[in-house]
Design a protein around this ligand. Structure first.
Ligand SMILES: [Zn+2]
Length: 189
């Protein structure tokens, strides 16, 4: 089962990644958390004391931590699991939703024609559409894209990288989404 994680921000509030409950608990205990956000909490169980009582720590769902992190230009890795989630498992040619096993990565401008393997030149396509389009551009194949491919920004990528985004975390990330305001929270699977 997928476990909810804690969204880690830097001091300035830029999201950097996801922490497990154990990692977040360590940050809290070591006083590395500067401020927190979110209106829900996640529990982590600690050790059992002599009286037989187990300690419970309530963790915020969003934490800003100490530590210098260099913010370089953001280059999200192009993996099919992120790509398919960007496109919500929908083939961008026929508009039908498919199970992941039936999806593929299509290069809008084929690689053989100089197209790049980059976020803005790839779309989710069902095998049938991918096969039909073959080594052609959408115009040549007479197949229109139902959405324009885009490179996820830092906020969008953190959404794509976690299968279980809580509502308050979603609210935070969504404020900086460039395209997909309708991506659902609490995606499991
Ligand atoms: Zn299709």
């Amino acid at each position: 089962m997928t476990e909810a994680k804690i969204l880690r921000l830097n001091r300035a509030g830029v999201p950097l990644g996801w922490l497990t409950r154990e990692e977040a608990a360590t940050a809290v205990v070591n006083d590395k958390v500067i401020w927190t956000l979110g209106d829900s909490t996640l529990q982590i169980r600690g050790g059992v004391n002599r009286a037989g009582k187990q300690s419970v720590l309530n963790l915020p769902t969003i934490v800003a931590c100490e530590g210098r992190v260099k913010l370089d230009d953001f280059h999200p890795p192009l993996l099919n699991r992120y790509l398919f989630r960007r496109d919500e498992n929908i083939c961008l040619y026929c508009g039908v939703s498919f199970p992941v096993a039936q999806l593929s990565r299509d290069h809008v401008v084929p690689v053989s024609r100089g197209g790049k393997d980059s976020w803005i030149n790839v779309v989710t396509a069902c095998r049938r559409c991918n096969h039909r389009k073959a080594d052609r551009t959408p115009e040549e194949a007479g197949m229109e894209l139902i959405a324009i491919p885009f490179a996820p920004n830092r906020y969008e990528f953190l959404y794509l990288a976690n299968r279980l985004v809580l509502a308050d975390q979603m609210e935070f990330l969504k404020s900086q989404f460039s395209r997909k305001e309708r991506w659902p929270a609490l995606v499991e699977g």
